[in-house]
Design a protein around this ligand. Structure first.
Ligand code: NAD
Length: 478
């Protein structure tokens, strides 16, 4: 990695795996594409099955000492990692923009958020509790680590979603084998370099695949827990694969979050927030607003505002300072979103955007679609791109029912000037998180969970830490 972030494109940096404390060449290499150009960015190490098994063996060997160390030792190690990452935010941010596509300022925000997450987990405790103390007995509850954790991440927030897993897993005394998505492995590998100097060998291992080692990792008999973020389709496979050894499992999966707008809102102000909530990271956010329900009394005005915002949005290479929205992260997702655009043109009225940009890279114009049927693919499925359907309602009961009519239940928003009324609606949304008059506020001490087929198990917060432990009860006769 060049010390000068402006010449990263010319880098000849050797991105290696981290196995048993050693930065290791891959059995093969993997080409990483810059989504803003569609052209190769660099190549990095790619593991084979033998390297995956070596990584799990190293994590297993490191577990006894790491788990036996005082939590204070692990806390200090995490804080050193946070400091080291903090010192390299510009370098990590640049690399993240190049591999993922998001605007540089957002990339810096993601790396800063990752630092914040490590520090937030490092500040947490896992105290033992005396459940009962009598003359005859003493019953103690402890949180004990599980063993080797497999941390599997997607490509939309590669470093943030990694940290939500790695920081609590390590603090609790587990060891980790992490596997990033094959289209965004670089920031994770660079993070491995940081950790190689700060953690004992084997405590954190990083392998890269080409979507071919996930199942091998999740069904590995020496893996005690799988912490997975990705699509619901893959989540189903992961869930089936952990049954062999009754592994613990956290699944953070897809979403199709609805925004319900009440009839008393300031349309212009709320339109801006909804647009941002739908388009941030070019719609590639599990918790993005993916459909909006608007009362008929303000439907025209809301459509007009959203259209104006979409037309004014600046889409481009994340490295350009003016860019607000970058490309789709990879070609497969780009093609998938183009299919949704086709569906939008066939089943709705496209009032802004509606096509890919005519330039290199995987760019889609921010798109607003009105008058679309509830059973259109764009409404039923997770588009994971900058294409927002706006649906009309006349009765709030109807809006709530339609919002809940989904296999997903990740998040949701309610927008209303009368907060009590909005809160009453929020209480009826079948999702793990519902925001009222704000969106994507995710403090690290607040748990985040999915409902229905959006997954289960908490991430973040004390609950997110305890997911990486199990209870041990010691019941003593006096
Ligand atoms: P994906 O499911 O295709 O891939 C996620 C990860 O799983 C990758 O690392 C991939 O290599 C790996 N994988 C693939 N096959 C596997 C298998 N059989 N066993 C184990 N691992 C396997 O998801 P994606 O396309 O990278 O990410 C987008 C999806 O992630 C969207 O659905 C989005 O909503 C979801 N997501 C959810 C959250 C959340 O917290 N709920 C956050 C971000 C993204």
């Amino acid at each position: 990695m060049s010390a000068n972030p402006r010449i990263v494109e010319e880098q000849t940096h050797d991105f290696r795996l981290l196995i048993d404390g050693q930065l290791t060449a891959g059995a093969a290499t993997l080409e990483v594409i810059n989504p803003a150009t569609g052209k190769p960015l660099t190549r990095c190490a790619r593991a084979d099955k033998a390297q995956l098994h070596a990584a799990v063996a190293a994590a297993k060997a490191a577990f006894p000492a790491w788990s036996a160390a005082p939590i204070e030792t692990r806390r200090q190690a995490l804080l050193k990692i946070a400091d080291a990452l903090q010192a390299r935010v510009p370098e990590f941010a640049r690399l993240l923009t190049e591999e993922q596509g998001k605007p540089l300022a957002h990339a810096a925000g993601e790396i800063g958020g990752a630092v914040g997450l490590i520090r937030a987990f490092a500040a947490m405790q896992l105290p033992s509790k005396v459940l009962r103390e009598t003359a005859e007995e003493r019953i103690v509850q402890q949180h004990v680590p599980l063993g080797v954790v497999a941390a599997i991440t997607p490509w939309n927030f590669p470093l943030l979603l990694l940290m939500i897993k790695v920081a609590p897993a390590l603090l609790a005394g587990n060891t980790v084998v992490a596997k990033p998505a094959p289209t965004t492995p670089l920031t994770t590998l660079l993070f491995g370099e940081v950790c190689a100097e700060l953690l004992p060998p084997g405590v954190l291992n990083i392998i890269v695949d080409q979507n071919d080692l996930g199942a091998e990792l999740t069904q590995h008999p020496d893996v005690a827990k799988v912490a997975f973020t990705g699509s619901t389709a893959t989540g189903r496979k992961v869930m089936a694969s952990v049954a062999n050894s009754i592994k613990r499992l956290t699944l953070e999966l897809g979403g199709n979050d609805a925004a319900i707008v009440m009839d008393d809102v300031d349309v212009k102000a709320v339109a801006g927030k909804i647009f941002q909530g739908a388009m941030v990271n070019s719609g590639q956010v599990c918790l993005a607003i993916k459909r909006v329900y608007v009362p008929s009394s303000i439907y025209e005005a809301m459509c007009d505002e959203l259209t104006a915002l979409a037309k004014a949005a600046i889409v481009g290479d994340g490295l350009d300072a003016a860019t607000e929205y970058g490309p789709l992260q990879n070609k497969a997702q780009f093609e998938k979103v183009k299919e949704f655009l086709k569906d939008a043109h066939e089943h709705g009225k496209v009032i802004a955007g509606g096509s890919a940009l005519e330039r290199e890279g995987y760019f889609i114009a921010p798109t607003i679609v009105r008058d679309i049927a509830d059973d259109a693919r764009l409404v039923r499925e997770e588009q994971f791109g900058p294409v927002l359907p706006v649906l009309k309602y006349t009765d709030i009961e109807d809006a709530i029912e339609r919002a809940n009519d989904s296999e997903y239940g990740l998040g949701g928003t309610v927008w209303g000037s009368d907060v009590d009324r909005a809160f009453a609606v929020a209480q009826r949304i079948a999702s793990g998180t519902v925001w009222v008059n704000k969106h994507l506020d995710m403090p690290p001490d607040i748990p985040f969970v999915g409902a229905k087929q959006s997954g289960f198990g908490a991430e973040m917060g004390q609950e997110g830490l305890e997911e990486f432990t199990q209870l041990r009860i010691i019941n003593i006769a006096k």
